[in-house]
Design a protein around this ligand. Structure first.
Ligand code: IPM
Ligand code: MN
Length: 358
């Protein structure tokens, strides 16, 4: 077996409830397959601000650097959403750890479990067979460009900036992935208006020459947002910038039935970082009704991508599939079509997956 050190950062809101299940799944896998996983815990986000005044304390960052992989929950708190004047904000913790660890590629696989065909608000015949892998650039763009507020406070700006090397490295990662899938890549930008997007497209076209076996398509973000709902099956690998990727993948979550189902992997220079794409959901935090499947599937991604444990990763995905097939649902994936289904809370759902794992 392998020996790995995993840092768990539950973060805020439902992150606390769902991350515990990602960890339990990892413990169970370690037992079944004779691996040795050790766990440490770190704080980040609102909980860290409350405890230390900082959204990402140095101690957490240090632990992150010393771990083989990180399992993260969610970040954010209503208090900040309703008060834009607050200077220290939970999200800064997440942005900082992405930057510090060089996590420039955010992989967001969108795959519909057949059992959830009816849970989406999109027609089943449009959805069936959809399988998209998003590559969202994660450490550049308007997220990290210079932020300004004029002296009279009457205007504000965020600089949208990309450097050639930033586009090139994510382009290559996306192309390599396309080669292991259906050999199709769609790059999304707004090159008809934005200079940063024109650089993006220029670099994509150059890198494309090294991958003549992959069919490349360029699409404007507005059109992509429409095509995604109209005909999701036309997409295989989609690569895009930080902001467009943030928005497009929330939209794409409807293709997978719910935000509660989607896991993501952030990789780059070092330690991989695994997190659900959903947020802290303070409206349901503490109620024990959040869907733990995105956190569990994030653990599955960790096994595959950071540890190269493909069999173990597939075992987790199969356990999730089996749980859905048995009719078990959390609130977010239940609907009027759920016949003979059992709507349950976070812990009951997590326990079902564990049962199916053993
Ligand atoms: C995400 C989140 C973050 C982002 C926030 C919490 C900073 O929405 O991971 O998609 O915008 O990247
Ligand atoms: Mn987001």
């Amino acid at each position: 077996g392998v020996v790995k050190k995993i840092l768990v950062i539950p973060g805020d809101g439902i992150g606390q409830e769902v991350t515990a299940w990602g960890q339990k799944v990892l413990v169970s896998i370690a037992q079944n397959y004779k691996h040795e996983f050790t766990f440490e815990e770190g704080i980040m986000g609102h909980v860290a601000i409350e405890a230390t005044g900082e959204p990402l304390p140095d101690e957490t960052l240090e632990k992150a650097r010393n771990s083989d992989a990180i399992l993260f929950g969610a970040i954010g708190h209503a208090k900040y959403d309703n008060d834009p004047t607050l200077k220290v904000r939970p999200e800064q913790g997440l942005l900082k750890i992405r930057k510090e660890l060089g996590l420039y590629a955010n992989l967001r696989p969108i795959k519909l479990f057949d059992e959830l065909l009816e849970a989406s608000s999109i027609k089943p015949e449009i959805l069936r067979g959809s399988d998209i892998l998003f590559f969202r650039e994660l450490t550049g763009d308007v997220y990290f460009g210079e932020k300004k507020r004029s002296d009279d406070r009457q205007s504000a700006s965020d600089l949208m900036i990309y450097h050639r090397y930033e586009v090139e490295r994510i382009a290559r990662k996306a192309y390599e992935a396309a080669r292991t899938r259906r050999n199709k890549l769609c790059s999304v930008d707004k090159a008809n208006v934005l200079e940063a997007s024109r650089l993006w497209r220029e670099v994509m076209q150059e890198v494309a020459k090294d991958y003549p076996d992959v069919e490349t398509e360029h699409m404007f973000i507005d059109n992509a947002a429409m095509q995604l709902i109209k005909d999701p099956k036309r997409f295989d690998v989609v690569v895009t910038g930080n902001l467009f990727g943030d928005i497009l993948t929330d939209e794409a979550s409807q293709i997978a039935g719910s935000m509660g189902m989607l896991a993501s992997a952030s990789v780059g220079d070092s330690t991989g970082f695994y997190e659900p794409i959903h947020g802290s959901a303070h409206d349901i935090a503490g109620k024990g009704i959040a869907n733990p499947l995105a956190a569990i599937l994030s653990a599955a991604l960790m096994l595959d991508i950071s540890f190269g444990l493909k069999t173990e990763s597939q075992r987790v995905i199969k356990a999730v599939e089996a749980t859905l097939r048995q009719g078990f649902r959390t609130m977010d994936i239940a609907n009027k079509h759920t016949e003979n289904g059992f709507i349950m809370g976070t812990d009951a759902m997590g326990a079902k997956v564990l049962e199916n794992l053993n």
